[in-house]
Ligand binder design. Structure first.
Ligand code: SF4
Length: 422
Protein backbone atom coordinates (compact mmCIF):
# COMPACT_ATOMS: atom_id res chain seq x y z
CA UNK A 1 0.00 0.00 0.00
CA UNK A 2 1.21 3.49 -0.83
CA UNK A 3 2.58 5.57 2.06
CA UNK A 4 0.00 8.19 3.10
CA UNK A 5 1.24 11.78 3.32
CA UNK A 6 -1.20 14.50 4.36
CA UNK A 7 -0.87 17.45 1.98
CA UNK A 8 -2.72 19.68 4.50
CA UNK A 9 0.35 19.49 6.76
CA UNK A 10 2.60 20.94 4.09
CA UNK A 11 2.95 24.37 2.50
CA UNK A 12 1.40 24.62 -0.94
CA UNK A 13 4.02 26.49 -2.96
CA UNK A 14 2.57 29.73 -4.35
CA UNK A 15 3.94 29.16 -7.87
CA UNK A 16 1.52 29.70 -10.73
CA UNK A 17 1.52 30.35 -14.48
CA UNK A 18 2.33 34.09 -14.55
CA UNK A 19 4.41 34.22 -11.34
CA UNK A 20 6.77 31.33 -10.77
CA UNK A 21 10.15 30.51 -9.28
CA UNK A 22 11.48 28.94 -12.47
CA UNK A 23 10.98 28.90 -16.24
CA UNK A 24 12.37 26.40 -18.74
CA UNK A 25 14.34 27.60 -21.73
CA UNK A 26 15.24 24.97 -24.33
CA UNK A 27 18.19 26.19 -26.36
CA UNK A 28 18.88 23.08 -28.42
CA UNK A 29 17.51 19.67 -29.33
CA UNK A 30 21.04 18.29 -29.70
CA UNK A 31 22.51 16.07 -27.01
CA UNK A 32 25.79 14.22 -26.59
CA UNK A 33 24.10 11.32 -24.73
CA UNK A 34 21.08 9.11 -25.32
CA UNK A 35 19.32 8.63 -21.98
CA UNK A 36 16.41 6.25 -21.44
CA UNK A 37 13.45 8.28 -20.25
CA UNK A 38 14.41 11.44 -22.17
CA UNK A 39 11.38 13.23 -23.55
CA UNK A 40 13.10 15.19 -26.32
CA UNK A 41 14.08 13.82 -29.73
CA UNK A 42 17.82 14.21 -30.29
CA UNK A 43 18.54 16.43 -33.29
CA UNK A 44 22.19 17.30 -33.93
CA UNK A 45 21.14 20.36 -35.94
CA UNK A 46 18.60 21.48 -33.38
CA UNK A 47 20.35 24.58 -31.97
CA UNK A 48 18.12 27.64 -31.61
CA UNK A 49 19.65 30.86 -32.95
CA UNK A 50 20.41 33.70 -30.52
CA UNK A 51 17.49 35.63 -32.02
CA UNK A 52 15.12 32.74 -31.32
CA UNK A 53 16.43 32.55 -27.76
CA UNK A 54 16.01 36.30 -27.27
CA UNK A 55 12.45 35.91 -28.49
CA UNK A 56 11.78 33.09 -25.98
CA UNK A 57 13.16 35.28 -23.20
CA UNK A 58 10.93 38.13 -24.34
CA UNK A 59 7.91 35.82 -24.14
CA UNK A 60 8.86 34.86 -20.58
CA UNK A 61 9.25 38.55 -19.71
CA UNK A 62 5.83 39.30 -21.18
CA UNK A 63 3.91 36.53 -19.45
CA UNK A 64 5.79 35.36 -16.41
CA UNK A 65 7.74 36.68 -13.43
CA UNK A 66 10.58 34.29 -12.74
CA UNK A 67 13.51 34.04 -10.32
CA UNK A 68 15.55 31.52 -12.31
CA UNK A 69 15.68 30.19 -15.84
CA UNK A 70 16.61 26.54 -16.31
CA UNK A 71 18.62 26.36 -19.52
CA UNK A 72 17.87 22.96 -20.97
CA UNK A 73 17.78 20.97 -24.18
CA UNK A 74 19.07 18.54 -25.45
CA UNK A 75 22.22 19.40 -23.61
CA UNK A 76 22.71 23.16 -23.46
CA UNK A 77 26.49 22.90 -23.15
CA UNK A 78 26.75 21.68 -26.75
CA UNK A 79 25.19 24.95 -27.97
CA UNK A 80 28.04 27.02 -29.50
CA UNK A 81 26.69 30.24 -27.93
CA UNK A 82 26.01 28.89 -24.45
CA UNK A 83 28.18 31.50 -22.71
CA UNK A 84 26.37 34.32 -24.48
CA UNK A 85 22.99 32.77 -23.62
CA UNK A 86 23.92 32.68 -19.94
CA UNK A 87 25.05 36.32 -20.16
CA UNK A 88 21.75 37.37 -21.77
CA UNK A 89 19.74 35.81 -18.94
CA UNK A 90 21.97 37.16 -16.17
CA UNK A 91 21.74 40.67 -17.66
CA UNK A 92 17.99 40.52 -17.10
CA UNK A 93 18.60 40.01 -13.37
CA UNK A 94 17.39 36.39 -13.55
CA UNK A 95 19.41 33.41 -12.27
CA UNK A 96 20.67 31.23 -15.15
CA UNK A 97 20.75 27.56 -14.15
CA UNK A 98 22.29 25.04 -16.53
CA UNK A 99 20.57 21.66 -16.75
CA UNK A 100 23.20 19.38 -18.20
CA UNK A 101 24.57 15.86 -18.22
CA UNK A 102 27.97 17.51 -17.59
CA UNK A 103 29.78 15.65 -20.37
CA UNK A 104 30.84 18.82 -22.22
CA UNK A 105 31.84 20.73 -19.09
CA UNK A 106 35.51 21.65 -18.93
CA UNK A 107 37.25 23.84 -16.34
CA UNK A 108 37.71 26.58 -18.96
CA UNK A 109 34.05 26.52 -19.98
CA UNK A 110 33.02 26.56 -16.32
CA UNK A 111 35.13 29.66 -15.68
CA UNK A 112 33.64 31.40 -18.74
CA UNK A 113 30.12 30.51 -17.63
CA UNK A 114 30.82 31.83 -14.13
CA UNK A 115 32.07 35.12 -15.60
CA UNK A 116 28.93 35.30 -17.74
CA UNK A 117 26.81 35.04 -14.59
CA UNK A 118 25.67 31.41 -14.28
CA UNK A 119 24.02 30.89 -10.87
CA UNK A 120 24.10 27.12 -10.74
CA UNK A 121 24.06 23.73 -12.40
CA UNK A 122 21.67 20.83 -12.25
CA UNK A 123 23.53 17.73 -13.37
CA UNK A 124 21.43 14.90 -14.70
CA UNK A 125 23.27 11.70 -13.78
CA UNK A 126 21.70 8.26 -13.58
CA UNK A 127 22.40 4.71 -14.59
CA UNK A 128 20.26 4.72 -17.77
CA UNK A 129 22.32 7.26 -19.70
CA UNK A 130 24.72 5.01 -21.63
CA UNK A 131 27.62 7.28 -20.63
CA UNK A 132 31.00 6.50 -22.15
CA UNK A 133 33.13 4.98 -19.41
CA UNK A 134 30.15 4.60 -17.03
CA UNK A 135 28.01 1.97 -18.75
CA UNK A 136 26.46 -0.66 -16.49
CA UNK A 137 27.42 1.29 -13.34
CA UNK A 138 24.96 1.33 -10.48
CA UNK A 139 23.58 4.51 -8.95
CA UNK A 140 25.97 3.94 -6.04
CA UNK A 141 28.99 3.71 -8.34
CA UNK A 142 27.82 6.86 -10.13
CA UNK A 143 28.21 8.83 -6.90
CA UNK A 144 31.89 9.06 -7.83
CA UNK A 145 30.92 10.93 -11.02
CA UNK A 146 28.50 13.14 -9.09
CA UNK A 147 31.30 14.02 -6.71
CA UNK A 148 33.59 14.91 -9.63
CA UNK A 149 31.12 17.60 -10.78
CA UNK A 150 30.33 18.80 -7.25
CA UNK A 151 34.06 19.34 -6.64
CA UNK A 152 34.50 21.12 -9.98
CA UNK A 153 31.83 23.62 -8.97
CA UNK A 154 33.14 23.96 -5.41
CA UNK A 155 36.57 24.84 -6.76
CA UNK A 156 35.10 27.76 -8.69
CA UNK A 157 32.82 28.68 -5.77
CA UNK A 158 29.55 30.55 -5.41
CA UNK A 159 27.54 28.20 -7.66
CA UNK A 160 24.47 26.21 -6.70
CA UNK A 161 25.09 22.51 -7.25
CA UNK A 162 22.11 20.22 -7.87
CA UNK A 163 21.84 16.64 -9.09
CA UNK A 164 18.82 15.01 -10.58
CA UNK A 165 18.20 11.43 -11.50
CA UNK A 166 15.30 9.68 -13.10
CA UNK A 167 13.94 6.94 -10.85
CA UNK A 168 12.96 3.65 -12.50
CA UNK A 169 11.27 0.68 -10.88
CA UNK A 170 14.59 -1.12 -10.61
CA UNK A 171 16.58 1.91 -9.35
CA UNK A 172 14.12 3.04 -6.68
CA UNK A 173 16.04 0.98 -4.10
CA UNK A 174 19.18 3.08 -4.68
CA UNK A 175 17.47 6.36 -3.75
CA UNK A 176 18.48 6.19 -0.04
CA UNK A 177 22.12 5.65 -1.04
CA UNK A 178 22.06 8.82 -3.13
CA UNK A 179 20.45 10.68 -0.22
CA UNK A 180 23.23 9.42 2.08
CA UNK A 181 25.86 10.45 -0.44
CA UNK A 182 24.21 13.89 -0.52
CA UNK A 183 24.60 14.15 3.26
CA UNK A 184 28.28 13.20 3.07
CA UNK A 185 28.76 16.18 0.74
CA UNK A 186 26.19 18.53 2.21
CA UNK A 187 28.76 21.36 2.12
CA UNK A 188 29.03 21.33 -1.69
CA UNK A 189 25.80 19.63 -2.85
CA UNK A 190 22.81 21.90 -2.39
CA UNK A 191 19.91 20.11 -4.07
CA UNK A 192 19.11 16.49 -4.89
CA UNK A 193 16.18 15.82 -7.23
CA UNK A 194 14.47 12.52 -7.96
CA UNK A 195 12.15 12.36 -10.98
CA UNK A 196 9.78 9.40 -11.15
CA UNK A 197 9.86 8.02 -14.68
CA UNK A 198 6.82 8.76 -16.80
CA UNK A 199 6.22 7.66 -20.38
CA UNK A 200 3.06 7.78 -22.47
CA UNK A 201 1.94 4.21 -22.39
CA UNK A 202 0.42 2.93 -25.59
CA UNK A 203 -2.39 1.48 -23.58
CA UNK A 204 -4.80 -0.88 -25.16
CA UNK A 205 -7.28 1.08 -23.00
CA UNK A 206 -6.79 4.48 -24.73
CA UNK A 207 -7.04 6.17 -28.09
CA UNK A 208 -5.16 9.43 -28.55
CA UNK A 209 -6.56 12.47 -30.35
CA UNK A 210 -5.03 15.71 -31.64
CA UNK A 211 -8.13 17.86 -32.04
CA UNK A 212 -10.66 15.54 -33.69
CA UNK A 213 -8.03 13.43 -35.37
CA UNK A 214 -6.95 10.08 -33.98
CA UNK A 215 -3.14 9.99 -33.82
CA UNK A 216 -0.43 7.41 -33.44
CA UNK A 217 1.42 8.17 -30.21
CA UNK A 218 4.23 5.74 -31.04
CA UNK A 219 5.73 8.64 -33.04
CA UNK A 220 6.31 10.40 -29.72
CA UNK A 221 9.73 9.85 -28.20
CA UNK A 222 8.43 9.38 -24.64
CA UNK A 223 5.91 6.71 -25.53
CA UNK A 224 6.44 3.13 -24.49
CA UNK A 225 4.57 -0.06 -25.34
CA UNK A 226 2.12 -1.47 -22.78
CA UNK A 227 3.71 -3.06 -19.78
CA UNK A 228 7.29 -2.33 -20.83
CA UNK A 229 8.15 -0.38 -17.72
CA UNK A 230 6.62 0.22 -14.36
CA UNK A 231 4.64 3.45 -14.64
CA UNK A 232 3.36 4.11 -11.20
CA UNK A 233 6.23 5.32 -9.00
CA UNK A 234 4.74 8.09 -6.90
CA UNK A 235 6.43 10.77 -4.81
CA UNK A 236 5.02 8.90 -1.80
CA UNK A 237 6.95 5.77 -2.85
CA UNK A 238 10.18 7.74 -3.00
CA UNK A 239 9.57 9.16 0.50
CA UNK A 240 8.80 5.66 1.75
CA UNK A 241 12.06 4.25 0.47
CA UNK A 242 14.05 7.22 1.85
CA UNK A 243 12.47 6.60 5.26
CA UNK A 244 13.99 3.12 5.33
CA UNK A 245 17.28 4.94 6.00
CA UNK A 246 16.02 8.29 7.38
CA UNK A 247 12.86 7.37 9.35
CA UNK A 248 12.15 11.02 10.29
CA UNK A 249 12.48 12.32 6.69
CA UNK A 250 9.69 14.87 6.42
CA UNK A 251 8.75 17.04 3.41
CA UNK A 252 7.42 20.54 3.97
CA UNK A 253 6.13 21.96 0.67
CA UNK A 254 4.46 20.72 -2.50
CA UNK A 255 2.72 21.37 -5.77
CA UNK A 256 -0.46 19.38 -6.28
CA UNK A 257 -1.76 17.87 -9.54
CA UNK A 258 -4.15 19.83 -11.74
CA UNK A 259 -6.65 16.99 -11.30
CA UNK A 260 -5.88 15.99 -7.72
CA UNK A 261 -5.42 18.23 -4.68
CA UNK A 262 -3.58 15.55 -2.72
CA UNK A 263 -1.10 14.43 -5.38
CA UNK A 264 2.52 15.43 -4.78
CA UNK A 265 3.76 16.54 -8.17
CA UNK A 266 6.63 18.49 -6.63
CA UNK A 267 7.49 17.54 -3.07
CA UNK A 268 10.19 19.57 -1.33
CA UNK A 269 12.15 18.62 1.78
CA UNK A 270 14.75 20.83 3.45
CA UNK A 271 17.16 19.14 5.82
CA UNK A 272 19.74 20.79 8.06
CA UNK A 273 22.91 19.14 9.23
CA UNK A 274 26.56 18.39 8.87
CA UNK A 275 28.33 15.65 6.93
CA UNK A 276 28.04 13.51 10.07
CA UNK A 277 24.50 14.21 11.27
CA UNK A 278 21.18 15.42 9.90
CA UNK A 279 19.59 17.33 12.79
CA UNK A 280 16.16 17.56 11.23
CA UNK A 281 13.87 18.97 8.60
CA UNK A 282 12.49 22.46 8.08
CA UNK A 283 8.74 22.82 8.40
CA UNK A 284 6.09 24.47 6.20
CA UNK A 285 6.35 27.88 7.89
CA UNK A 286 10.03 28.11 7.01
CA UNK A 287 9.20 27.40 3.37
CA UNK A 288 6.40 29.94 3.43
CA UNK A 289 8.70 32.58 4.92
CA UNK A 290 11.42 31.90 2.33
CA UNK A 291 8.99 32.23 -0.59
CA UNK A 292 7.09 35.21 0.80
CA UNK A 293 10.14 37.22 1.87
CA UNK A 294 11.76 36.72 -1.53
CA UNK A 295 8.57 37.86 -3.24
CA UNK A 296 8.32 40.92 -0.99
CA UNK A 297 11.98 41.86 -1.53
CA UNK A 298 12.47 40.93 -5.19
CA UNK A 299 9.02 40.43 -6.67
CA UNK A 300 9.63 36.78 -7.53
CA UNK A 301 9.24 33.46 -5.77
CA UNK A 302 12.50 31.85 -4.75
CA UNK A 303 14.40 29.32 -6.84
CA UNK A 304 17.87 28.00 -6.20
CA UNK A 305 18.97 29.58 -2.94
CA UNK A 306 22.52 30.88 -3.14
CA UNK A 307 25.19 28.60 -1.59
CA UNK A 308 26.27 31.45 0.71
CA UNK A 309 22.79 31.26 2.28
CA UNK A 310 22.57 27.46 2.39
CA UNK A 311 25.59 27.23 4.65
CA UNK A 312 23.98 29.50 7.24
CA UNK A 313 21.99 26.75 8.93
CA UNK A 314 22.79 28.09 12.40
CA UNK A 315 21.39 31.54 11.57
CA UNK A 316 18.24 29.85 10.25
CA UNK A 317 17.68 28.37 13.71
CA UNK A 318 16.80 31.90 14.87
CA UNK A 319 13.49 31.34 13.07
CA UNK A 320 12.76 28.34 15.31
CA UNK A 321 9.98 30.19 17.23
CA UNK A 322 8.07 30.42 13.93
CA UNK A 323 8.60 26.93 12.55
CA UNK A 324 8.14 23.62 14.33
CA UNK A 325 10.57 21.88 11.98
CA UNK A 326 13.34 24.29 12.92
CA UNK A 327 12.47 23.85 16.62
CA UNK A 328 13.13 20.12 16.18
CA UNK A 329 16.43 20.84 14.42
CA UNK A 330 17.48 23.27 17.19
CA UNK A 331 16.63 20.78 19.96
CA UNK A 332 18.58 17.96 18.38
CA UNK A 333 21.52 20.23 17.58
CA UNK A 334 21.73 21.61 21.14
CA UNK A 335 21.46 18.12 22.62
CA UNK A 336 24.29 16.97 20.36
CA UNK A 337 26.59 19.58 21.93
CA UNK A 338 26.45 17.67 25.22
CA UNK A 339 27.93 14.56 23.67
CA UNK A 340 29.88 16.16 20.85
CA UNK A 341 30.93 19.76 21.65
CA UNK A 342 32.88 19.89 18.37
CA UNK A 343 29.54 20.40 16.62
CA UNK A 344 29.66 23.97 17.92
CA UNK A 345 32.46 24.69 15.46
CA UNK A 346 30.87 22.90 12.52
CA UNK A 347 28.75 24.72 9.97
CA UNK A 348 25.14 23.65 9.64
CA UNK A 349 24.06 23.37 6.01
CA UNK A 350 20.63 23.43 4.43
CA UNK A 351 20.15 20.86 1.67
CA UNK A 352 17.02 20.36 -0.38
CA UNK A 353 15.67 16.99 -1.51
CA UNK A 354 13.01 17.39 -4.19
CA UNK A 355 10.82 14.66 -5.65
CA UNK A 356 8.98 15.19 -8.93
CA UNK A 357 6.09 13.07 -10.10
CA UNK A 358 5.40 14.28 -13.64
CA UNK A 359 2.20 14.15 -15.68
CA UNK A 360 -0.23 11.29 -15.09
CA UNK A 361 -3.11 10.10 -17.22
CA UNK A 362 -6.07 9.10 -15.09
CA UNK A 363 -8.44 6.28 -16.02
CA UNK A 364 -10.93 8.71 -17.56
CA UNK A 365 -8.24 10.09 -19.89
CA UNK A 366 -7.74 13.38 -18.06
CA UNK A 367 -4.14 14.41 -17.61
CA UNK A 368 -2.96 15.56 -14.23
CA UNK A 369 -0.12 18.04 -14.67
CA UNK A 370 1.89 19.91 -12.03
CA UNK A 371 -0.39 22.72 -10.84
CA UNK A 372 1.82 25.80 -11.11
CA UNK A 373 4.29 24.04 -13.41
CA UNK A 374 7.79 25.50 -12.94
CA UNK A 375 9.11 23.89 -16.12
CA UNK A 376 6.92 25.84 -18.51
CA UNK A 377 8.63 26.63 -21.80
CA UNK A 378 7.92 28.67 -24.93
CA UNK A 379 6.49 27.22 -28.10
CA UNK A 380 5.09 29.37 -30.91
CA UNK A 381 5.21 32.39 -28.60
CA UNK A 382 3.01 30.67 -26.01
CA UNK A 383 3.79 29.09 -22.65
CA UNK A 384 3.46 25.31 -22.74
CA UNK A 385 4.44 22.33 -20.58
CA UNK A 386 7.98 21.32 -21.50
CA UNK A 387 7.31 17.68 -20.61
CA UNK A 388 4.77 17.43 -23.45
CA UNK A 389 6.42 19.64 -26.03
CA UNK A 390 6.88 16.74 -28.45
CA UNK A 391 3.10 16.61 -28.86
CA UNK A 392 3.09 20.25 -29.98
CA UNK A 393 6.00 19.61 -32.33
CA UNK A 394 4.51 16.45 -33.89
CA UNK A 395 0.79 17.21 -33.83
CA UNK A 396 0.52 21.00 -33.44
CA UNK A 397 -1.38 20.71 -30.16
CA UNK A 398 -1.52 18.70 -26.96
CA UNK A 399 -2.98 15.24 -27.33
CA UNK A 400 -6.05 13.98 -25.47
CA UNK A 401 -6.29 10.40 -24.24
CA UNK A 402 -9.73 8.89 -24.63
CA UNK A 403 -10.54 5.64 -22.85
CA UNK A 404 -11.86 2.95 -25.18
CA UNK A 405 -14.47 2.08 -22.59
CA UNK A 406 -16.38 4.36 -20.24
CA UNK A 407 -14.49 4.34 -16.90
CA UNK A 408 -16.50 3.15 -13.91
CA UNK A 409 -15.06 5.72 -11.52
CA UNK A 410 -12.28 8.25 -11.34
CA UNK A 411 -9.36 6.67 -9.51
CA UNK A 412 -7.03 8.29 -7.07
CA UNK A 413 -3.99 9.58 -8.90
CA UNK A 414 -1.94 6.80 -7.36
CA UNK A 415 -3.99 4.40 -9.37
CA UNK A 416 -3.39 6.25 -12.63
CA UNK A 417 -3.20 3.72 -15.42
CA UNK A 418 -0.61 5.58 -17.42
CA UNK A 419 1.86 8.35 -17.10
CA UNK A 420 3.89 10.69 -19.23
CA UNK A 421 7.35 12.16 -19.21
CA UNK A 422 10.50 11.30 -17.36
S1 SF4 B 1 3.87 19.74 -15.71
FE1 SF4 B 1 5.46 18.68 -16.83
S2 SF4 B 1 6.91 20.30 -17.38
FE2 SF4 B 1 5.66 21.08 -15.74
S3 SF4 B 1 6.80 20.64 -13.89
FE3 SF4 B 1 5.35 18.98 -14.20
S4 SF4 B 1 6.51 17.46 -15.28
FE4 SF4 B 1 7.66 19.38 -15.49
Amino acid sequence: MTLFLDHNKYYRLPWNLPDNAISWLEVTRACNLHCDGCYRENDAKGHKSLDEIKNDLAIFRKYRKTDGVSIAGGDPLVHPDIVEIVRLIAQEGVKPILNTNGLALTKELLRDLKKAGVAGFTFHIDSRQHRPGWKDKTEIELNELRLHYARMLAEVGGLSCAFNSTVYADTLRYVPDIVTWGQEHIDIVHVIVFIALRAAVLESKFDYYAGGEKVDMSAIVYSTPDGEQQRDILSNDVVEVIRTKYPDFEPSAYLNGTERADAFKWLLTGRIGTKQTIFGYVGPKFMELAQTLNHLRKGTYLAYTRPSVQKKGKAMLLLAPLDHGLRGVARKYLRSLLTNPLNLFRRLHLQSVTIIQPADILCDGSMSMCDGCPDITVWNNELVWSCRLEEQIKFGCFVRAVPKERPQSRPHEGAAVAGMMG
